[in-house]
Design a binder for this molecule. Sequence first.
Ligand SMILES: Nc1ncnc2c1ncn2[C@@H]1O[C@H](COP(=O)(O)OP(=O)(O)OP(=O)(O)O)[C@@H](O)[C@H]1O
Ligand SMILES: [Mg+2]
Length: 286
Amino acid sequence: MAISADHIRTLHKYEIRVLVAIERLMKRHQWVPLDILVKAVGLSESEVNYRIGRLMERGMVRFDTVPYEGYSLIFSGYDTLALLSLTRKGTVQALGCPIGEGKEAIVYEALGLGQLALKFHHIGQRSFQSVRVTREYMPDKGHCPWIFASRYSAEREYEALKKLHTSVSVPLPVDINRHVVVMEFIPGLPLHRCRPDEPEAVMNDILENAANAYRKGIIHSDLSEYNVMLDSEGTVYLIDWPQWIEVDHPNADEILRRDIENITRYFGRKFNIHMPLEEALQKVRE
Ligand SMILES: Nc1ncnc2c1ncn2[C@@H]1O[C@H](COP(=O)(O)OP(=O)(O)OP(=O)(O)O)[C@@H](O)[C@H]1O
Ligand SMILES: [Mg+2]
């Protein structure tokens, strides 16, 4: 379920208390039994039951009977907790509309000190197992793999943006809470939806930014026309960094080659600009 500011504004303080308690108890229990929750929240059992009912109606909490009866957060509840923290801190003042949705994240527009983009990392929403196979950096940890993996993915992305923003054109990192990265909003479109006037200059800018990232010791690892944005002035931004690797990773050569080939192939196919892969790679590595 998509989150909205209204959804969150209409939460009762007891409902927030219940959400916070479930989150904390999920460190020890995959499913939080009602009696433990009641004790932790410090309200009557009937009050807790009523509040949980309302949270379940909003798709924030789920109840299961197998392997035993208990409650757990689902993404919308976790999103709400992160957004509440960011709002209380003053990072976010208003949540806007969703602006992008991929396999493992949903991005919203928001307002804070300026126009922001909030990226909610949702790893393992459908099947945690398949994600673990495809994203090799994922450590195997904790009772609740989707919470751990989503947080980890956000932390990785934030770390890359922090390391890179002074020398690579990436969205400026603003804040992070749980599995949510707050960054500068880029007023533009993904490259695959653009028709730039000077495609060759755009390709060279992308390669130059990849080269600057490489000099900082970082390879994107999922570089393509989907993860490059272009604003109305033709400025290039490299986005979507959670899967970055270091340049001394054992598969660095192969991964860099794949990244750069995605770019040269795209410009060849779409704009008839043909740069040999070896030449492009040399530009990035030099
Ligand atoms: N800082 C930003 N400013 C404006 N729009 C953004 C920003 N970051 C992301 N977007 C929009 O959201 C879309 C998805 O973002 P991103 O590529 O980071 O995540 P994703 O592809 O969903 O992630 P994953 O690779 O995990 O599936 C982008 O194509 C873009 O349209
Ligand atoms: Mg992407």
